[in-house]
Design a protein around this ligand. Structure first.
Ligand code: 26W
Length: 858
């Protein structure tokens, strides 16, 4: 916004501010379009007489293939403006998407009506990342149109697989945190919980990964280049977001923020259907737009084309691209801008929804619970304070009481470098009002700490939201704990380590605030959709498909593990899934390690086992070995060079083995590029062995481990994250355990005695493996990897090498007893019902959210 406009704007705010000082009812109409919009009568009609279709006089959408075909045709003509003859496959795809979407949109209307009528307590999930996966197959399944759609397409002479192949995957996340958010939204809808997910509609999602001479290269992910048929833009719900500028005190001593930059946040939402219910919630994603006057016509007509759009580009940069880091903070100001953009627009939208049915602020926390998905949306705490105190005129104390009751915080990591802190100077420049509010919150908080722990200056220094040394920074995790009513980890061990170590001071001050909610996954996405053959066998075995929304019913498979014919069919399904994947020999043991690359996840340890096996096969030409296909998949953050060295070495080792006829019959390493939700759904059903080998105490939970166990893979893993709970439930006999546990790892790491070289000296196989790398045996690459392992070896890879290789020998031995392996595979599935995201959401609902479902009537 031009200086001139900003000045007018500042005057207007001062005007409103003064006006409001006298009459709080005054609202900035000019800024907030559509506020206090009257609810259409239909929303106010109560209960049973709520027949939307007839209330809205709409013909019900057909459920037969013929009626679906009719709708396809009319959408092709009226919404795509083309005919069957001249339709492109993209036309057919968009038309199919719209025709399926309509059936969910009808439910959405009824859901919105039922939820507004109920005026419930809402769950708002604030996340900087969502890995939603492809939408078409999901929405066809949830709308029950998958069968009739395929028939209708064929009727029109179109190939369903060719059309559905055009579906796009919104890659608006990095890994575990983003996919968990999507699984939880799916479960909230399936459990009829009134909920809205809020996020950012990045123009460019997680980069596309490719390999060039074994190196990872990144390409921009222009995911919605062809448009996205699954979103509903809602420009009339646009919000205004401020940045920079300064604050002023008015005569009454109230604070006014005069921004230096004003950006518009335009929302679009995607439908989040529940399975087996009519509830359809939404995820609302914000996109940054320049203000109306951000295009400078005078400059344009002067030929200054770039300058003319400079401001608009500057504004739109905020939601341009997802930050591809998943463990190290970028520290970039644009990232902080993204985080504030998300929370300010979302809170204004949340307040708009609250105001539709409520007018007493003290009811706000009764009607609203906001879950912060890690520290990334923590600015929501000072932002709600600013809106309540500065804009709504509430007293500080009332505002603070409301704020603390409204928010809850989930921590997803234990890595110190992943706990975000922002420089105070950046805060002062970008968010001048928020740093004032953070200081005020900190003052109140530290007073409580000093009262409770008098004279414990160290504790005050540790707990302060403001880090003083070496640089003044805002500790977002501390702010998140102080400003919320509940804090949780994502697996039992993780939550315990948070309370005992990472956030110990806070757990001693507020023990009642700390909870555990073990992660879960969507059985619809990762069993029903990813593994239809297994789903059909399970449904047959259990005599019905109620398990899809009641996963504990999988326990009914236990007796079938003793049934040889059921075991045979179980193996046939796995075999078919391997053939479908088409990577490696389907008869071999498919050993899978799929996750983001990070040294704590220890893909380097898997590599040492592969090289060891390679040497064993080379040195024992006559001996037979269990044929294995080792499959890696995953991306490394572009700036994470140590992880990229590991990727390069894996590709070099894979090529070396492939080229060696003495070894390749027994060992193959495959590394499909561009791991994402779609690829995970292809790999997981084909896996025999699940690699969960992180250093104990480092992986907060893991969710891939749950997906693989539910699809019948056996786990080789450490006592880390949710591995522990998986092993406790599937049984120690059905899990290959190895390695140091957390106390032993902490002891070895912090005891100052750990010498990786000692392990190299004393273990011949380990030495030969590392020497092979150092001697350049694998295309001369990997020296950096070997050097770091023989140097500091941060994640004790060499210390766990021997027990890991021994565990892998146990795997080979177990694999050779096919019937017993299949039995253990069935028991893994049967005993993993606990890891449903539905159970996770039920835990959040009963322990933290205290919400009740709203049934959507037909
Ligand atoms: C500041 C950069 C950044 C970005 C993302 C730091 C940390 C993150 C995420 C918290 C990392 C993440 O995805 N954590 C994973 O969250 C999953 C869901 O709870 C867990 O299952 C994984 O163990 C955890 O690594």
């Amino acid at each position: 916004m031009h200086q001139a406009d900003l000045a007018i704007y500042a005057a207007e705010r001062r005007g409103i501010h003064d006006a409001r000082r006298h009459d709080p009812g005054v609202v900035e109409e000019s800024l907030q379009p559509a506020r206090n919009r009257q609810l259409p009568a239909i929303f106010l009609r109560k209960g049973a007489d709520m027949d939307v279709r007839n209330g809205m006089g709409l013909r019900p959408l057909g459920t037969s293939a013929a009626e679906f075909e009719q709708d396809l045709l009319s959408n092709l003509y009226y919404r795509r403006g083309t005919t069957v003859e001249s339709a492109s496959t993209q036309d057919a795809y968009e038309t199919l998407a719209l025709t399926v979407r309509d059936r969910l949109a009808e439910r959405r209307v009824r859901t919105a009506a039922a939820q507004y009528a109920a005026n419930p307590r809402w769950v708002y999930y604030l996340s900087a990342e969502y890995l939603l996966g492809k939408q078409l197959e999901q929405n066809m399944l949830y709308s029950g149109t998958d069968r009739i759609a395929r028939i209708a397409l064929r009727q029109l002479g179109l190939d369903p697989d060719e059309v559905t192949a055009l579906d796009l995957e919104p890659g608006l996340g990095n890994g575990g945190l983003g996919r968990l958010a999507a699984c939880l939204l799916d479960a909230m809808a399936t459990l009829d919980i009134p909920a809205v997910g809020y996020g950012i509609r990045y123009d460019f999602g997680i980069f596309k990964q490719d390999f060039q001479d074994g190196r990872q290269i990144e390409r921009p992910d222009d995911w919605a280049f062809q448009g996205n048929p699954w979103e509903f833009p809602a420009p009339d719900d646009q919000q205004t977001v401020f940045f920079y500028g300064h604050t002023e005190k008015d005569a009454a001593g109230r604070t006014l923020w005069i921004p230096g930059e004003v950006v518009f946040a335009e929302p679009s939402h995607m439908l989040v259907p529940g399975h087996g219910t009519d509830t359809v919630n939404i995820v609302r994603l914000w996109r940054a737009r320049g203000s109306h006057s951000s295009f400078d016509l005078s400059r344009f007509s002067a030929g200054q084309y770039a300058e003319a759009v400079d401001e608009a580009v500057h504004a739109e940069n905020i939601s341009k691209v997802l930050y591809p880091d998943d463990s190290t903070e970028s520290g970039r100001e644009l990232r902080l801008k993204q985080q504030y953009f998300l929370v300010s627009s979302s809170l204004r939208d949340i307040i708009r929804r609250f105001r539709l049915r409520n007018s007493d602020w003290t009811d706000f926390p009764k009607k609203t619970v906001i879950q912060l998905n890690d520290t990334h949306p923590t600015l929501a705490i000072p932002e709600l304070m600013r809106l309540l105190v500065d804009e709504e005129g509430l007293s500080w104390d009332l505002a603070w009481a409301i704020t603390k009751q409204t928010f809850a915080y989930t921590c997803h990591t234990l890595l110190p470098e992943a706990l975000e802190t922002w420089p105070v100077h950046m805060f002062e420049r970008l968010l001048p009002r928020h740093i004032e509010i953070v200081y005020a919150i900190n003052e109140i908080f530290l007073t409580e700490v000093r009262n409770r722990f008098p004279a414990d200056l160290d504790r005050v220094r540790r707990m302060s939201i403001i880090q003083e040394e070496p640089e003044r920074r805002v500790r977002m995790a501390n702010l998140a704990v102080v400003g919320t009513q509940a804090v949780n980890g994502v697996a039992e061990l993780h939550s315990r380590l948070l309370a005992d170590i990472t956030l110990r001071d806070f757990a001693e001050l507020w023990p009642e605030k700390f909870h555990n909610v073990t992660n879960g996954i969507s059985p619809r996405r990762f069993v029903k959709m990813a593994n239809p053959a297994l789903s059909d066998l399970i449904t047959e075995g259990l005599g019905g498909d109620a398990w899809i929304t009641d996963l504990d019913r999988l326990a009914g498979l236990e007796p079938l593990a003793e049934d040889a014919s059921f075991r045979l069919r179980w193996r046939e399904v796995k075999q078919a899934n391997k053939v479908r994947l088409g990577l490696g020999d389907p008869a071999s043991l498919t050993d899978v390690m799929i996750k983001r690359f990070h040294e704590y996840k220890r893909q380097q340890l898997k590599l040492l086992h592969i090289i060891t096996q390679y040497h064993r096969i080379k040195q024992n030409p006559g001996q037979t070995f269990v044929p294995r296909t080792v499959l890696f998949a995953g991306k490394a953050a572009p700036a994470y060079h140590a992880a990229k060295h590991i990727i390069r070495l894996i590709n070099a080792v894979a090529a070396t083995i492939d080229a060696d006829p003495a070894v390749s019959p027994y060992l193959k390493v495959v590394f499909p590029a561009n791991y994402n939700v779609t690829l995970s759904s292809l790999i997981i059903p084909a896996a025999d062995l699940s690699e969960q080998i992180s250093l104990a105490g480092k992986e907060a939970s893991g969710t891939g481990n749950m997906k693989l166990a539910l699809n019948g893979a056996l786990t080789v893993g450490t006592l880390d994250g949710a591995n522990i709970e998986i092993r406790d439930r599937v049984g120690a006999d059905n899990f290959f355990l190895f390695g140091l546990d957390t106390p032993a790892a902490l002891e070895l790491r912090n005891g100052g005695t750990y010498s990786p070289r000692a392990y190299y000296e004393q273990d011949g196989e380990l030495r030969r493996a590392l020497d092979a790398i150092l001697d350049g045996k694998f295309a001369g690459v990997g020296r950096e990897v070997a050097d770091s392992l023989l140097g500091w070896d941060e994640y004790l890879t060499l210390a766990d090498y021997r027990t890991y290789v021994d565990a892998q020998d146990d795997v080979d031995a177990a694999w050779q007893d096919t019937e017993s392996w299949t039995r253990r595979s069935i028991l893994n599935t049967a005993r993993s019902g606990f890891f449903s995201a539905d159970r996770t959401v039920r835990d959040y609902a009963s322990e933290i959210w205290h919400v009740t479902p709203v049934k959507v009537t037909r």
